[in-house]
Design a protein. Structure first.
Lengths: 485, 146
């Protein structure tokens, strides 16, 4: 089924599916993307977004980003803001990998300096940043330490010697969601996650060495403000989340909510993965507090991984990470819900904004931005496939229409099973070698699943995000080395 | 179906990995679904030797929720204890207000060199989860978050 017949354009790269597409929708759907991207979206995106539009307390619209695709519960690339009094919170609107996110790191190194050491660097990163099924992290934390991780997030990591206070400055929410309460997480979640601090995971998680070519810069002034200020500059990007800890938090509460929905809350279950609880209920409050714990574990995870990256570069180049200029540009969260102040015609209003496979993108002047980015807007990272590269963008004022949200990646075009049938690992490796990309993967099967053709065209997604007024392109970042989970 | 395994991976949810498991009985269908989770996790599930045993007993209001919890137990034991497990013996029993499963799980710790890790299954999702009577026996449709 193509996009719904009822859908109409309401602005540049912006479409609306009105009320009535599904009889019990409370708000319309708003779908961002070029005509081509929207026409090629899975039909399930619209059906899932329509399911989301029926949830109690949803405000304004059920929103899909340009990289939207068929997920579980919410579509991936789904955004929904809920009224805190009448609305619900849904683990399926956040995802199992809570605060799966992306960090971009700049260096003072250029591609001619790095190229002779590429193999050594990629091998070093693969060895020092554990990835794949069953990998254990290098951080040994007691149970009490782990409770501190859940409360403190990236700040715990910096206190423990992994990174600098400056890293926190350039991490969304300073690397800590304040509502975390470790009493709301199960022993199972702790047991699953405690040994995984400092691991990448698998699937679409990766660690890349990238190059910014001068011809790939869209806005030189913004790029300079974000520390991209050298010709052929080398940057580092990595994508990972809260590992088994977050997965178990989501699993625990999904199962609890499914039991409580009809009996206790009188809520109808449309899709069991859309299980939810009133934000004001004890169950809803507990899930929010546990979700914040997982978000903090994820911020800490990315922070300790950065320290390992610094060690590898320092070892290879025989200079300190500081003198190599290895600094966080920004760290963004993808799978979260948080209370945010939203400006409306009737004044500011606090809403619980769910983002599942979507990135927050604050505009210039926003009070939550660090001083260095107050004039530029928030750096936004859109991670593409391992074959095609990624984008750095900036938040813009017009993003208010989407609760200051934008795309998070290029978005899959086909299932993992389908992708496996299209290319063997060796074929993908060969293709990447010809493009000058060195790959180290923990799983050969995942290489096939994550091949370039399994994703939408990242150029089109980034362009659509700009056309729709969600964020502004700053630079295209091209991979030269990839460590894949 | 791939051989006598009783499951097949299918093109469904774009973001993740879906499979259909079948069996003449609910017991067999649950066992086949457990095999599918193992096959998603490692490339060589046939090399998992029966060196460790675990017993589980679970109860839920319906068959779907029961399968969800049953498979999530396997995901948990793999992640928390590093165990690759299949269901050697499964008994699903329908009561008046609930459905129960008791199972003996057998397997061994993950050995990356021998088992060849594939996908880190994060969770079993409830999206489109179905356990329904089929022309012959039962059929379960499951999506894993990987």
């Amino acid at each position: 089924m193509p996009a719904p017949r009822e859908m109409r354009a309401i602005g540049p790269a912006t479409f609306e599916v009105p009320l009535g597409f599904r009889a019990d929708m409370r708000v319309p759907l708003r779908v961002y993307g070029s005509e081509k991207l929207v026409a090629e979206m899975d039909d399930q995106v619209f059906l899932q977004a329509a399911n989301v539009a029926t949830l109690p307390g949803i405000v304004d619209a059920s929103i899909c980003m340009p990289d939207a695709h068929w997920g579980y519960g919410f579509p991936i690339g789904g955004v929904a803001a809920m009224d805190p009094r009448s609305g619900v919170i849904s683990p399926g609107g956040i995802g199992f990998d809570i605060n799966c996110g992306m960090r971009l790191v700049r260096t003072d190194l250029t591609w001619p300096e790095v190229k002779p050491h590429l193999r050594e660097l990629v091998d070093g990163l693969a060895a020092r940043v554990p990835a794949g099924v069953g990998s254990e992290g290098f951080v040994r934390s007691s149970k009490q330490d782990f409770m501190d991780v859940l409360r403190g997030g990236a700040a715990w990591a910096v206190r423990a010697g992994y990174g600098t206070p400056e890293d926190l400055e350039y991490t969304e929410s300073r690397g800590c969601f304040p509502g975390a309460d470790p009493r709301t997480v199960s022993e199972r979640a702790v047991k699953r996650g405690r040994t995984q601090l400092g691991t990448l995971g698998s699937g679409n998680h990766y660690l890349e060495i990238q190059v910014v070519h001068p011809e790939d810069i869209f806005d030189a002034a913004l790029a300079r403000s974000f520390g991209i200020d050298l010709p052929e500059q080398v940057v580092l990007m990595f994508h990972c989340g809260s590992r088994g800890f977050g997965h178990q938090v989501a699993t625990d509460y999904l199962q609890d909510f499914l039991r409580a929905m009809p009996a206790k809350f009188g809520l109808e279950v449309i899709d069991r993965e859309l299980a939810c609880a009133p934000i004001q209920s004890a169950e809803g409050r507990d899930y929010f507090a546990a979700m914040c714990c997982a978000a903090n574990m994820s911020f800490a995870n990315r922070q300790v991984i950065l320290q390992r990256i610094r060690e590898v570069f320092s070892l290879v180049f025989g200079r300190s990470a500081e003198t190599l200029g290895i600094r966080t540009v920004y760290d963004v969260a993808h799978n979260t819900a948080r209370f945010e102040q939203i400006a409306t015609a009737r004044g500011p209003r606090t809403l619980l904004v769910h983002r599942k496979g979507a990135t927050r993108a604050l505009p210039p002047g926003h009070a939550d931005l660090p001083p260095a980015y107050r004039a530029t807007g928030q750096p936004v990272i859109i991670g593409g496939s391992m074959e095609t590269g990624s984008y750095l963008l900036a938040g813009v004022a017009t993003g208010a229409a989407a609760f200051f949200s934008t795309a998070h990646g290029s978005g899959r075009t086909m299932s993992r099973h389908h992708a496996r049938k299209l290319a063997r690992c060796s074929e993908v490796e060969e293709r990447m070698r010809k493009r000058g990309i060195l790959l180290r993967a923990a799983s050969r099967r995942v290489v096939s699943e994550e091949a370039g053709p399994a994703y939408k065209n990242v150029d089109e997604v980034a362009e659509a995000a700009e056309l729709a007024g969600l964020s502004k392109r700053v630079a295209h970042l091209r991979p030269v080395g990839n460590v894949k989970g | 179906m791939s051989g006598s395994a009783g499951y097949e991976f299918v093109d469904a949810v774009t973001s993740d990995l879906s499979f259909v498991a079948r069996g003449d009985s609910l017991d067999e269908t649950f066992r086949a679904a457990a095999d599918a989770v193992l096959a998603a996790t490692v490339e060589n599930p046939e090399d998992v030797a029966p060196r460790v045993r675990r017993r589980i007993a679970l109860e839920e209001p319906d068959r779907e929720l029961l399968l969800l919890r049953f498979l999530n137990e396997l995901v948990y034991l793999r992640d928390a204890e590093g165990l690759l497990l299949r269901a050697a013996h499964v008994e699903v029993e329908a009561g008046p207000r609930c459905v129960r499963v008791s199972a003996e799980l057998v397997g061994e710790p993950l050995d990356a060199g021998r088992h060849r890790p594939a996908s880190d299954v994060k969770a079993v999702t409830a999206h489109g989860l179905r356990v329904t009577p089929a022309a012959r026996g039962w059929e379960a449709t499951v999506t894993l978050d990987v």
